[in-house]
Design a protein around this ligand. Structure first.
Ligand SMILES: [Zn+2]
Ligand SMILES: [Zn+2]
Length: 255
């Protein structure tokens, strides 16, 4: 893999890039095409190189831009079958041209260029939510975001991964004492919500992840703090890590 990147993550938009230098794929596309182009340019990649988008779930911060990308650049979109069947109106509103929308079941492997891609189920309040694994030249890159709880399947996938993109959405105390109304606090902390810093770090330890790098993603700017998460991860992360502040781009451009 020449490049892997967090083009941006958080409630205002999410997208992840994987590229071998000529072929590129995205996980999620929560940005306008103009914003996506600017973000890709950080990693010397053009929108023309993007050969497919794989969707984690149908919340707007993850899919806002998939329809325009598909219509303007004829990029095929892959979604979990269950998401399409359970949320037909939401999918229809994305206005993805017929023929560019494809469905896939968990662990069904899709080959795009040099990449083999499959999804696994996640616990979130959008039917058919999944995470994705991108395999390239024997290495696996795993995106696990928007998950209220984790499971053993995800831990075993993380154990096999070289690079992990892992949600750390909120600090438990900041959420509890923060400004959100009680029902929203309860939703975020629920099984259908998001992973806390504690939960992310526990997942990391319990999975036995021994790859080269972990990116902490989907950080709340209301209920979390980058320095706080960095301090906690310095103590307990077994591998080098990056805390991805909301909206900003992080990643690696290989040679
Ligand atoms: Zn999200
Ligand atoms: Zn979500």
């Amino acid at each position: 893999m020449r490049t892997w990147a967090v083009l941006g993550s958080g409630s205002s938009g999410n997208s992840y890039l994987f590229s071998d230098g000529s072929s590129a794929i995205l996980i999620d596309q929560g940005y306008s095409v103009a914003s996506l182009k600017r973000r890709l340019a950080h990693f010397s990649t053009t929108v023309e190189a993007v050969e497919a988008v794989f969707v984690t779930h149908l919340h707007p911060d993850h899919v806002r831009g998939v329809g325009t990308l598909a219509r303007m650049h004829h990029v095929p979109v892959w979604m979990h079958t269950k998401a399409v069947e359970a949320q037909r109106q939401v999918v229809s509103n994305l206005n993805i041209p017929a023929g560019l929308l494809h469905t896939v079941d968990p662990f069904e492997v899709i080959e795009v260029g040099p990449f083999s891609v499959f999804c696994f189920e996640t616990s979130h309040d959008s039917a058919g939510s999944v995470g994705w694994v991108v395999a390239h030249e024997g290495r696996q890159y795993m995106v696990l975001t928007d998950a209220g709880v984790t499971d053993e399947v995800q831990k075993s996938l993380a154990r096999e991964a070289e690079v992990l993109f892992l949600e750390a959405n909120y600090d438990r105390e900041m959420l509890k004492n923060g400004p959100y109304p009680p029902p929203l606090k309860a939703r975020i902390a629920s099984k259908g919500g998001h992973l806390s810093n504690d939960e992310a770090l526990t997942f990391l330890a319990e999975s036995g992840f021994s790859g080269s790098h972990v990116y902490f993603i989907h950080i709340s700017d209301t209920n979390n703090s980058v320095p706080l998460l960095e301090a906690a991860a310095r103590i307990s992360s077994p591998v080098p890590f990056t805390v991805c502040a909301k909206g900003a781009c992080y990643g690696v451009v290989g040679s």
